[in-house]
Design a protein around this ligand. Structure first.
Ligand SMILES: O=C(O)C(=O)C[C@]1(C(=O)O)C=C[C@@H](O)C=C1
Length: 282
């Protein structure tokens, strides 16, 4: 089985892969689109990418690439706690407070915004493709007084010294990762115990129709279908045109979800199932 993930080694995504596929050798890719392409092109059977963070919201590149470019299925999801640390090259341990630059993934920088504002005021930050890519860059440039924000495994993997632990602004920092596949198939069995299932739909509303979103939500509510997330993203066809990504807190069944979908289609919406899959907590 070939698994791709947002690398390099020791990203948070890598940590999720180690739990979901403990016996598989996984392949790192530099960006989320590259991870998704690897499945489309048959280089990997599955890929694992982040889709949502509790502090920062959706990972838009994942949603947009899945909807507009490469339509894979979600076959599993895992939610993991996220702990961010500030780390430097051991040669710069004594002067980290005067660092010239802080590197990390954009989501990680945003998760530590209050810490950076309070304790690293005036120090520039720069986005990298992942937290581990930032740690790797710091390892390779001991001559520069720079710091990375990444996890504890990245500090070990790249030989960096953690100078401030747990710098994320809120305790309940969690990220949801999804397993994507070309086929709508079951996730290979593992020792993890699923905490329920979800079904994700993409709904495009008919344009300019009064109360359309209200009608969409009613189709779920009178059937008692609990929604855990509804998110709008631009269709990229013009200002004001959006589709909705809707997570329902139950697996696909034979009556309720198909009934809601048929009702939405009768209202002029287009509806697509992105996946019905087990949910894990790491
Ligand atoms: O950079 C990483 O380590 C990732 O796995 C990406 C990512 C993200 O895209 O949100 C995953 C978890 C954290 O929220 C921060 C970064």
């Amino acid at each position: 089985m070939k698994i791709g993930y947002l690398g390099p080694r020791a990203t948070f995504t890598d940590l999720a892969v180690r739990h979901l596929f403990p016996r598989e050798e996984a392949t790192p890719f530099v960006t989320i689109p590259e991870c998704i392409d690897s499945v489309e092109e048959g280089l990997c059977d599955f890929t694992v990418v982040p889709i949502e963070n509790a502090l920062e919201g959706s990972v838009n590149i994942t949603l947009d690439y899945l909807i507009h470019e490469v339509p894979l299925f979600i076959i599993g999801e895992a939610t993991a706690p996220i702990q961010q640390h500030l780390m430097v090259h051991p040669e710069n341990e004594g002067r980290w407070q005067e660092a010239e630059l802080i590197l990390s993934h954009s989501h990680a920088l945003a998760q530590c915004h209050k810490f950076l504002h309070r304790e690293m005021k005036g120090i520039a930050s720069e986005r990298m493709t992942s937290t581990a890519a930032a740690a790797q860059y710091v390892q390779e440039h001991p001559e520069r007084n720079i710091a990375a924000i990444a996890n504890g495994l990245a500090a070990l993997e790249y030989g960096l010294t953690i100078v401030r632990e747990n710098i994320h602004d809120y305790d309940h920092n969690h990220t949801r990762f999804v397993v994507l596949s070309k086929e709508d198939q079951a996730l290979p069995p593992s020792e993890l115990v699923s905490k329920g299932s979800k079904t994700t739909l993409v709904v495009t509303l008919p344009s300019d129709r009064t109360g359309a979103l209200h009608q969409v939500l009613s189709a779920f509510s009178w059937r008692n279908l609990n929604l855990s997330k509804i998110e709008s993203r631009p269709t990229k066809t013009g200002l004001g045109n959006y589709f909705f990504i809707i997570d329902i807190e139950q697996p696909m069944d034979e009556v309720l979800i198909p009934g809601a979908m048929a009702e939405l289609e009768a209202l002029g919406c287009s509806v697509k199932v992105l996946g019905s899959y087990p949910s894990f907590k790491l």
